[in-house]
Ligand binder design. Sequence first.
Ligand code: XMP
Length: 305
Amino acid sequence: MVNTIEFIEDAVEEIDEQVGEENAVIALSGGVDSSVAAALAYRAIGDRLTPVYVDTGLMRKGETDQIRETFSYMDSLRIVEAQDRFLDALSGITDPEEKRHAIGEQFIREFEREATSAEAEYLVQGTIYPDRIESEGNIKSHHNVGGLPEVVDFEGIVEPVRELYKDEVREVARELDLEEIISERMPFPGPGLAIRVVGEVTREKVEIAREACHIVEEEVEEHDPWQAFAAVVGKGTGVKGDNRVHGWIVSVRSVESRDGMTARAQELPWETLQRIQSRITGENENVARVVYDVTHKPPATIEYE
Ligand code: XMP
């Protein structure tokens, strides 16, 4: 990318031309891509943009409050409390692709209702270049591309950051003065914590994953990974007090990457790993074991499902 200031001017002008006098809607996810797309679109068309944030209950710790605060200047912001509906939709499902599908379907239902009531003719999306490549290769279903455009009969799709890589989107975010917690935020998958708990999604597993992800993010921040998180991968024995218990196993992952297509497991200091282990087992009495994932991508993927 040549110049962020020029990029922003051009993008705003292009959105303005494309949308004209109509209304638009965007699904805000809390991540940097959709945040930048929303900020650009809002500059172009103001409150004719309805940013919709759906709280699926599968978001990172504090994410919903962060969104509320960061985008409070947008009067049209809508926050949809859909936590229980997502958990219900996921009940009994163990297959990873079925989970993605259930989340995608529920998301579409929530979003369709909001888009219809906003009378939006245009859909703004924070699709970036690697999303398009992975979607073309059909590597993951329910990536950022696909799904939404077919639901509501939109007149057009607006993708202001479609040619950018993640690091370029971050540059634009900084230039737009988005808070650091957003501009520097690690990527987070659309299906959220559901793919960081192996097997059925339950409230208990999601809560453990959410707390553990938060601990990992805090502890590894100084090592500047591309993505770092924790996942609940199963159960195993442990000892709490004088008793043997059957507790959760949490796997910690921290990787270096440019765009998520390949990745290297990060070599973290032993002290950092021990601090993570002691915080996770200390703060969650049902966690019996913490392991560190040393696998690169390939052969592993970054997420667990
Ligand atoms: P994997 O696990 O395939 O992840 O190595 C590569 C990057 O994509 C993210 N990811 C997803 N993002 N929907 C998304 O929007 C998904 O279903 C999904 N699965 C993985 C992952 O977090 C990593 O950044």
